[in-house]
Write a protein that binds this ligand. Sequence first.
Ligand SMILES: NC(=O)C1=CN([C@@H]2O[C@H](COP(=O)(O)OP(=O)(O)OC[C@H]3O[C@@H](n4cnc5c(N)ncnc54)[C@H](OP(=O)(O)O)[C@@H]3O)[C@@H](O)[C@H]2O)[C@@H](O)CC1
Ligand SMILES: Nc1ncnc2c1ncn2[C@@H]1O[C@H](COP(=O)(O)OP(=O)(O)O)[C@@H](O)[C@H]1O
Ligand SMILES: [K+]
Length: 512
Amino acid sequence: MKIFSSEQLYEADKITTEKQQITSEELMERAGTQIFQWLHQRLQGAPVPIHIFCGIGDNGGDGLVVGRLLIEQGYNVIVYVVNCSDKRSENFLHNYDKIKNVTKKWPILMTSEDDFPEINPEEIIVDAIFGIGLNRCPDGWVKELIQYINKRKAFKLAIDIPSGLYSNSPLEDKEAVLSANHTLTFQAPKLSFFLPETAPFVSNFDVLDIGLDLEFLHKSEPLAHLISKPEAQRFYQPREKFGHKGTYGHALLVAGSYGKIGAAVLSTKAAFRIGAGLVTAFVPKCGYPILQTAIPEAMVITDKNEEYISSIEVDFEPSAIGVGMGLGKNKATVEALKKLFTNTESPFVIDADALNNISKNKELLKLLPKNSVLTPHPGELKGLIGIWKNDYDKIEKVKKFSSKHEVVVIIKGAYTLTVYGDKLYLNSSGNPGMATAGSGDALTGVITGLLSQGYDPLLASVFGVYIHGRAGDIAAGQMGYEALMAGDIIEFLADAYIDLFNNTKNDEPYEK
Ligand SMILES: NC(=O)C1=CN([C@@H]2O[C@H](COP(=O)(O)OP(=O)(O)OC[C@H]3O[C@@H](n4cnc5c(N)ncnc54)[C@H](OP(=O)(O)O)[C@@H]3O)[C@@H](O)[C@H]2O)[C@@H](O)CC1
Ligand SMILES: Nc1ncnc2c1ncn2[C@@H]1O[C@H](COP(=O)(O)OP(=O)(O)O)[C@@H](O)[C@H]1O
Ligand SMILES: [K+]
């Protein structure tokens, strides 16, 4: 699914009314009707009070449509106009007139804190104050209203976007954003729904198709691509009937140090489970019996050093190399990495301590092999690009880093971001159960295993991140968040592959 800027959505709005020969009031009616249907389906006529806070722009207009349709169905609705300006949009005025035709309880005009209503915990709040037209930070009594609403225990449903949040620019004042329990957004999700600083205001969201012009949306270059099952299905490369283990490559995992051999075990196993033909683990001597016992399918080559890696030598040309997990920061390890980066043609996945070592040794940064996949979590990313002002600044800095070094950068976390030059991909799978030691090691094994099977670096990254998250979701569905361990993600890669083409099952992650 594509994620568009607010400018693109306004353009789509305009083109749609022209091409479909409808008025913008008709388009608003479509949008408001969808919100109404969502609510009606769930409330089934329940007499619970519904407080609808409408701004004076088109988001407020949507709120008025919803209010009218609910009143017509006999719901107990209280509509407020948040009078933050004397201006009114045309669509607002049109629907303001229409709501007066269906009720004697006219909208309540709010002009100060004195007008804040009593709202009980079991009631419902609909937020239609500001939509994607927000052009400055809410202040004064409007900000106080947002804070007042946030303190109410009632269920809060935001129309299009929680008021006070910009769709694709940074947060200015987190005290001036409505914290929704659910957001119903039109046509496409907004970028701010996925970024760590702004996503918490959105909570859960649904996308409502309001029939904006498909041709325009199809040909427009989006801000980002959201990766879910349909996209992952397209990325999948089927196994060949006459394929043999050589067809699917020989992956090499360079990982582990004394006390952290588990990182090598996890990444090696994940490379097998994702489908690499052959997998070799390169570990310090102390890792030999562990690897051979834990994964009999794997080949093992050891360093001459007992406890850490000091010189990486293998007697084959790996199809892909995953390096860094549990490696440590020993001087000799840094030297070994320099040689590895200089002398090897294979595609790389670079993770964990390999990234930390690169951050500390600029010489190593210069040797970064082109087309490598880097998999930092936010802590490791800071070492690579420095600190960032906000999520948008972070994305810009990563884009620059990616272009300069010609590498794919995966920023791990909830909604993992994959950046390749100017391109941005957001992952929809995964859950907080995956915030557990070793789940990143599993991801490195997955991407290395995909590279080894011939996926190109960007595809291996985007597909690998999705399938790793999906395995985590299926695992969490069976064992819950807390009990989930990295090894479970690897075991459930099998189910994630099977699930990829199972269109009958619900694709929604476990209770996200
Ligand atoms: N595009 C689509 O696909 C469709 C969009 N639709 C809907 O339209 C919504 C966008 O509507 P919109 O453009 O009228 O802007 P909206 O968000 O209502 O608010 C802007 C108003 O608020 C004001 N204002 C801004 N910031 C302020 C502040 N801090 N403090 C105080 N005032 C502030 C600003 O006033 P001004 O700057 O002129 O003073 C302006 O009047 C969109 O989210 C969706 O719900 C659907 O109906 C159909 C399909
Ligand atoms: N809250 C979350 N939602 C979705 N995915 C998560 C969440 N927390 C962690 N993950 C995933 O788990 C992995 C954690 O990686 P990392 O921090 O490198 O772990 P480790 O270093 O222990 O292996 C990443 O793939 C990340 O996207
Ligand atoms: K809103």
